[in-house]
Design a protein around this ligand. Structure first.
Ligand code: HPA
Length: 278
């Protein structure tokens, strides 16, 4: 188990990436569960399986391909993670967030994160897309903050500010794109839990009381590390199921993947529109 990586180890991954692509993207995109097909729209991609990179964790979850797709979208170079690493797979927080550190060392300034999530807000329907305007760092509150351990002073401060985890200017761009494309874009707070079990009814009632609109098993650690290094972050939840606050329905990974098929084209429209305005 790797508790943390040295800057040298992070730079070794960055060098391995640079040896496989001549592109120098400034924007990265992480694709969530069921949303991996979006990477198929990236043109002239250099493909790098996670397993080819030193120390890089390998995604073990169905619906996550596990490779970097570095190519062009809307005329911009993009660094796409087709598949992400989750804490529930047994990886450490350092491993889960190693890709973000590598992005920072590669000079990537903007991160677009996507995830599949349960809709805790009762107004949300499966297939909706939610702009993440804030998050509940429940993993951090229970002692799993990826910034614990030695601080990389070269990258960011020991006690980083989190007053604006999601960038307001990018949020405005996303809202404008949604309006122009006539897409309904929900907004709200994403609660990040470790998983892998879905939440029980009492968990969900607690999350709703705490102000959560969507709930999932990722994203928050990545955003903390991205913000620590000064990246601007834009986040979208794809609502794959209604959270089951009274225990009357069952949630499955299959329905998460299925909903992804409806959500992927909406996400693609939003992301393409945002890229055009960056
Ligand atoms: N809970 C947690 N994670 C999820 C859910 C959910 O209901 N749906 C998709 N990812």
């Amino acid at each position: 188990m790797t508790a943390h990586f040295t800057l040298q180890q992070i730079d070794d991954v960055a060098k391995a990436v640079q040896a496989r692509t001549s592109r120098r993207p400034r924007v990265s995109i992480i694709l969530g569960s069921g949303l991996n097909d979006l990477a198929g729209s990236v043109q002239n991609p250099d493909l790098i399986p996670f397993g080819d990179l030193p120390n890089f964790p390998v995604s073990t979850v169905f619906g996550h391909s596990g490779r970097l797709v570095i190519g062009e979208l809307e005329g911009r170079s993009v660094f796409v993670m087709q598949g992400r690493i989750h804490f529930y797979e047994g990886y450490t927080m350092a491993q889960v967030t190693l890709p973000i550190r590598v992005m920072q060392r590669l000079g990537i300034e903007t991160l677009i994160v996507t995830n599949a999530a349960g809709g805790v807000n009762p107004d949300f329907l499966p297939g909706d897309v939610m702009l993440i305007t804030d998050n509940l760092n429940l993993m951090g509150m229970t002692g799993h903050n990826p910034l614990m351990g030695p601080n990389y002073d070269e990258i960011g401060p020991r006690f980083p500010d989190m007053s604006q985890p999601y960038d307001r200017a990018l949020n405005d761009i996303a809202r404008n794109v949604a309006k122009k494309e006539k897409l309904i874009l929900r907004e709200g707070t994403y609660a990040g839990l470790s998983g892998p079990s879905f939440e029980g009814p009492a968990d969900l009632r607690f999350l709703r009381l705490a102000g959560a609109d969507s709930v999932g098993m990722s994203t928050v650690p990545e955003v903390l590390v991205a913000r620590h290094g000064g990246m601007r972050v834009l986040g979208f939840s794809g609502i794959s199921n209604k959270a089951n606050l009274d225990g009357s329905t069952v949630t499955t990974h299959e329905e998460v993947i299925e909903a992804g098929k409806i959500i992927t084209p909406k996400m693609e429209t939003l992301i393409r529109g945002v890229l055009r305005q960056l």
